[in-house]
Design a protein around this ligand. Structure first.
Ligand code: MN
Length: 718
């Protein structure tokens, strides 16, 4: 493309396959871009708009539809000129605006590292982020033109772009079956990364081509003659090896330059599938095929839809590689997915038809997958684009994680490490605080905030989507419940033993073992857990331990036994820590706080509920059934507990704010504030406040009482 490209030149090119109204829309997009980029220049000194124009022209060679071309014209407008997407929607319709927006988003991804696994994920993320495959096509054309015009950029920038092209964009082109574009990207990337090596190889290729010219012409002539003899239509093309692929073969397969180049490669393009097979027969009758080298990709297409017959012949003392295919197959071999978007002028509703064609293509690939048993990598990757069921998100350090669609920050945390998942308490999404249950989206950066001693929340099970998160949470909860029930069971048993004037340490192993066996438990720990869970009564087990198992009648669940009198005195009360766990719950009726006299009621299988000892919700026969446990609070509890307060206030403006302020001044946290009743003179406000104990509560209440308008305040217990 040495001649200067103009919009009129492009319009000429488009008139081969687009109608005038569509061409005019493309023109309009051009003029819009020209104005938007007014005053901006490329490094080469040319006006900026020459770049989008060239990108559109690359897509025109692929005969893409007018919307792709318009998006190509406008692809840098959002990013470089600050014109919003809405403005493009208004001017050119939603679809074009979406395409431009998609390209801008891809432009914004920073490809920070080039570790191989990362590159792979970047490729997938790029595909996943583009809802419309045309976004990728525009982006690839953009990259191709940038690579063609890398020259004037500073060395470092050139290197970065070349690396990115080889790591991300060329493989994407390859995945989409766009081989012509892929090899051009690779060769351009290779020659800007390794200018000396590339010069050396291309010189050597040119030299060799000269000396091989004769034999190439001779083979071509013989092939041509053979086709004519048999009356088979076919165009014979010589195939050139690409610089990058020669270099890679030398480097990775340890082949010498001459080994690689001593192969003569031709392609024969014919009209029908049948004729391809006839041509195959014809060339096999000319020279002997090498065993094991024949491949029938027409009957068994490759995963990316590639079809062709491949064979290698031995003739004229050299190996001759031959590919045979139809024009259509050749189109797909060169342009891959773009060939399916190619505009055919006889079609009226283009987008719909193309979508149908793409769908058919994907369906075809799916069917192929069932037939072929090798893993069809390509379809995996096209799938993420056309059936987006995976997302790709960043860690704060720029690592990419692949997660199923719908995954939440909790899934993300567990994907990093089980310990991170178990200890996570909050998250930041793109540096802002986010909710742990909010589904993530491709391209987001997620940071997990952990706290030492934090534990998984059973509620997470309702929103996580990954198996790893689910099973880790279940595992942690189970482990936690086991530990808690063991601890609680031990405390309850010790207290009951105290009632008999015994200590756990004084019991012999034989005594313990006999009781474990009597209760048909696998171990003493299991027996303690059962007590903690409320499935066995501590009093009965204690009695068995002290008196010997044969003294007691078998301890059936729910058996009525009188609790020893010492319990009621509270002298041997069980100490509870403040933390509400799986097995210790604070009753919501009386909302006990540290300092309140409390009792625990065993709830079979579910542990203990802690009530204030005056609570009316305590079953009257609980003590008789041995379900009641006297408790005392541990010292130095720092957890927060909710209490409910009822405050009567004289009505005046701003009074609620004054109450809230009073609570805050006493370091209390308001969970809920409600105006319950109100008349002309008085308001009755219900407050739920977090405090760490009775002293703290007293401080809060004093502050509220100090409000002049507060006439009455009480703690509420239901
Ligand atoms: Mn661009």
């Amino acid at each position: 493309m040495s001649e200067v490209l103009t919009v009129d030149g492009l319009a000429d090119q488009l008139s081969n396959y687009l109608d005038t109204p569509r061409i005019n829309q493309v023109r309009r997009a051009y003029f819009y871009a020209e104005q938007a980029h007014e005053g901006q220049k490329r490094r080469s000194g040319e006006p900026y708009v020459t770049h989008p124009l060239a990108v559109a022209s690359i897509l025109a060679e692929l005969r893409l539809d007018h919307q792709s071309l318009m998006a190509a014209m406008l692809h840098d407008v959002i990013e470089d000129t600050g014109i919003p997407k809405d403005a493009l929607s208004e001017q050119f319709g939603d679809e074009v605006a979406e395409l431009v927006d998609g390209v801008s988003k891809l432009t914004q991804i920073e490809f920070r590292t080039r570790a191989e696994a990362q590159a792979e994920n970047f490729q997938k993320m790029t595909l996943a982020m583009a809802k419309d495959i045309r976004v990728i096509l525009v982006k690839l054309a953009d990259r191709l033109h940038n690579m063609r015009t890398l020259g004037p950029l500073p060395y470092e920038k050139r290197q970065r772009i070349a690396n990115e092209t080889l790591d991300i964009y060329a493989p994407i082109a390859n995945r989409l079956g766009m081989h012509s574009l892929c090899t051009e990207l690779e060769d351009l990337g290779f020659s800007s990364l390794y200018p000396m090596r590339s010069k050396y190889i291309s010189k050597a290729v040119a030299k060799l081509r000269g000396s091989h010219q004769e034999i190439i012409e001779e083979i071509r002539g013989k092939l041509q003659q053979k086709l004519e003899d048999r009356g088979l239509p076919g165009r014979i093309v010589g195939r050139e090896k690409h610089l990058n692929s020669i270099y890679n073969k030398m480097k990775f397969r340890q082949k010498s330059f001459h080994e690689i180049m001593d192969v003569y490669a031709f392609r024969i393009i014919s009209d029908t599938e049948d004729n391809c097979y006839r041509i195959l027969g014809a060339v096999h009758s000319m020279y002997k095929p090498l065993p094991g080298r024949f491949k029938d990709y027409i009957a068994m297409p490759k995963a990316n839809g590639y079809q062709s017959l491949h064979t290698t012949l031995f003739g004229m003392h050299v190996n001759i590689e031959i590919q045979i295919r139809t024009e259509d197959m050749d189109q797909i071999a060169n342009n891959g997915i773009a060939a399916h978007w190619m505009y055919k002028s006889d079609q009226s509703s283009l987008v719909e038809v193309n979508q149908k064609r793409i769908d058919r293509w994907v369906k075809g690939l799916m069917e192929m997958r069932e037939r072929a048993d090798d893993s069809l990598e390509f379809i995996e990757h096209v799938k993420v684009d056309l059936f987006p069921d995976e997302i790709y998100v960043f860690t704060p350090r720029g690592k990419i994680l692949e997660l199923p669609a719908g995954a939440t920050p909790v899934d993300f945390a567990y994907a990093i490490h089980t310990d991170i998942g178990n200890a996570c308490v909050a998250c930041r999404i793109n540096r802002n605080l986010g909710s742990l249950s909010q589904p993530l989206q491709s391209g987001q950066t997620v940071e997990i905030i952990t706290a030492p001693g934090a534990r998984p929340n059973p509620a997470w099970l309702s929103f996580v989507v990954t198996g790893k998160a689910r099973s880790s949470i279940r595992h942690a909860l189970k482990y936690q419940q086991k530990a808690e029930s063991l601890e609680l069971g031990k405390a309850l048993l010790k207290r009951s033993l105290n009632g008999f004037g015994k200590k756990l340490a004084e019991l012999s192993e034989g005594q313990i073992e006999a009781v474990v066996r009597h209760n048909q438990m696998p171990s003493f720990d299991d027996l303690l857990s059962e007590i903690g869970l409320g499935n066995r009564m501590a009093y009965l087990v204690a009695r068995q331990l002290v008196m010997g198992e044969d003294v007691t009648t078998p301890a059936a669940d729910g058996e009525v036994v009188e609790a020893p009198g010492t319990d009621a005195s509270g002298r041997h009360a069980v100490t509870i820590r403040g933390t509400e766990g799986l097995l210790v719950k604070f009753a919501s009726c009386c909302k006990p706080i540290p300092g309140d006299p409390v009792v625990g009621i065993m709830d079979s299988g579910r542990g203990m509920v802690i009530h204030s000892d005056t609570c009316r919700k305590i079953p009257s026969d609980a003590a008789m059934k041995g379900l009641l446990t006297h408790l005392k609070w541990a010292k130095n509890i720092t957890d927060e507990f909710s209490v409910e307060l009822r405050v009567e206030l004289e009505r005046q403006r701003g009074i609620i704010a004054e109450v809230a302020n009073a609570v805050a001044m006493a370091d209390g946290n308001i969970e809920r504030i409600n105006v319950e009743e109100q008349n002309a003179r008085l308001s009755i406000v219900s407050l739920v406040v977090h405090v760490n104990g009775r002293r703290h509560l007293a401080r809060v209440m004093r502050r509220i009482r100090n409000i002049r308008a507060a006439t009455h305040i009480t703690r509420v217990r239901h």
